[in-house]
Design a protein around this ligand. Structure first.
Ligand SMILES: N[C@@H](CCC(=O)N[C@@H](CS)C(=O)NCC(=O)O)C(=O)O
Length: 232
């Protein structure tokens, strides 16, 4: 079997996709986390886009999370994409939809003021409402009982709401019961749990709280409120 090394950044949702697929396959791999603010020369030398994840396969380098996931799916059992060509194409399209969702989430957490934040929140809600209709009604995963590449692509996106919803006192999945069930199933999946460091949520909160953004102000207010309660 080829030697596999995942080059990633500790908070990167795209790198998590690759880690999840590797875990679903039970494939041994090493993981090298880099600092994106201080990219090492060896990384810049092998990364065509300067982005993570990369997957080193012996002496070859793969980039782009969707390509990495499909390579792993084609070379290591069990298959996560369906055998039927039409369903396979549909799932590839929803992996792309998951990337669009991550872009919407980034726009939300970067929004500088309340109006911008509200607009991004509405855009995300529209996306989630559409996704709700596309989910298998029985669940718990995107296409039914079996875990697939769309699940690996969305699981990292849902993690943001472990920080965002408590800070905003909102439930992003209110009246979206299929997504709520899907998110819970993904959150309990060992491959998803193991794709991040144990203190991931605290690190993500620190990252989101350090942006010059409306969300950061909300996180600061919640943190101050919790600290005041502890002092009382
Ligand atoms: N389309 C890429 C997106 C990867 C991506 O955006 N990675 C981010 C980290 S999550 C990155 O490396 N950004 C480079 C930078 O911040 O300079 C994929 O699916 O792999």
């Amino acid at each position: 079997m080829a030697r596999l090394e995942l080059v990633s950044f500790v908070l990167c949702p795209y790198a998590q996709r690759a880690a999840i697929v590797l875990a679903e396959k039970g494939a041994p791999f090493t993981r090298t986390d880099i600092d994106l603010a201080l990219k090492p020369d060896w990384f810049l030398a092998i990364s065509p886009t300067g982005r993570v994840p990369l997957l080193r396969v012996d002496d070859e380098v793969l980039f782009e999370s969707a390509a990495i996931a499909e390579y792993l799916d084609e070379t290591i059992a069990p298959r996560l994409l369906p055998a039927d060509a039409l369903q396979r194409a549909r799932q590839r399209a929803f992996v792309e939809f998951a990337s669009g969702t991550l872009a919407d989430i980034a726009a939300l957490y970067m929004a500088p003021d309340q109006d911008g934040y509200a607009a991004k929140r509405r855009a995300l809600r529209t996306r989630f409402a559409r996704l709700e209709e596309e989910l298998d009604p029985q669940g718990p995963y995107f296409a039914g009982p079996g875990f697939g590449l769309v699940d690996a692509a969305f699981a990292p996106a849902f993690r943001y709401f472990d920080v965002i919803d408590p800070a905003t006192c909102e439930d992003s999945f209110d009246r979206l019961p299929r997504i709520a069930r899907w998110r819970a199933a993904l959150g309990a999946r060992p491959s998803v749990i193991r794709a991040v460091v144990p203190d991931f949520t605290a690190r993500l909160a620190a990252f989101l709280g350090s942006r010059p953004s409306h969300l950061a102000a909300l996180i600061a207010a919640v943190t101050a409120c919790a600290a005041a309660r502890l002092d009382a």
